[in-house]
Design a protein around this ligand. Sequence first.
Ligand SMILES: Nc1ncnc2[nH]cnc12
Ligand SMILES: [Zn+2]
Length: 336
Amino acid sequence: MRDFLQRLPKAELHLHIEGTLEPELMFRLAERNHIALPYADIDEVTEAYRFRHLQEFLDLYYQGMDVLRTPRDFHDLAMDYFVRARNEGVMHIDMHFDPQAHMQRGVPLASVMQGLLSAVRHAERTLDLSVGLIMAFLRDRPVAEAAALLEQARDYWPYLSAVGLDSAERGYPPGRFADVFARAGELGLARVAHAGEEGPAAYVREALDELGVERIDHGVQCMADEALVERLRREQTVLTVCPLSNVSLGIYAAVTEHPLPAMWEAGLNVTLSSDDPAYFGGGMLSNHLACAEAFGWGKSTFLSLGRSAISAGFMPEARRQTLLGRLAEQEGGSGT
Ligand SMILES: Nc1ncnc2[nH]cnc12
Ligand SMILES: [Zn+2]
């Protein structure tokens, strides 16, 4: 199964590039930029990565990214992950990034964009990996700041696939960002939002109705609301589900407790992603393996999940057909 899951051409639709910062790279960048870290060594870092809820993770996530200062840092961060992901059979990534988290500590938007865009170009040339860019707004920061960021990013609009909404969820309903998302829609950008991760099912409905999103990141809390499940099933809204993330953040006690099998049985359009692999115990392959082990899913389920993700990824149509073709090759050889 491991070989099959590794070879399976995968599209990862929910990945925060800042959440791919491995402790090794954090130490390397800290040294390069003469920054003192609050950790003595890598063991101390991994020891600190025990989270009871989303906010505990976010505190360390925003602290960790302080080592990212220059375009080269962002380039190295992204390439580091792209190489790892490609080795796990990932062929497309829709990558969230959090400009406000960098700008509020004095890193210019141009540094973030130059570094990420050069890594994306390099990966597309050398790794046979395609990448969509999702510029995320921090929902626990002022709406006006998000609106200003969108305008400030004017030079980069042609390079963005979508806007997203992330950070602390409870107490920050998505509807507050309706105008910003409407503007993004006018600009021709796709829209996605984290909703129903820790927050209530009502936030999923609000993201659909007031932000016009075409995908929901996480969305697992929808299972508490039968009518919402029925709507998501009818509309086949893509949910980017991240099982190891949900367990790491204490939303479920173990992968065996995760509602993914129930979501699948309910006919929801679920896909698998890793969210913040450096913090949550592994990337795409680990997430797939965890599901295989916990749910006993066979090859045909993973082929189907993989097809859903490729079908929904922000990529050119020709690339989608290539990846669907690669998936069909695996199907032919999978014996299912
Ligand atoms: N899991 C997550 N939820 C909300 N915001 C995030 N930013 C990075 N990871 C996140
Ligand atoms: Zn996320």
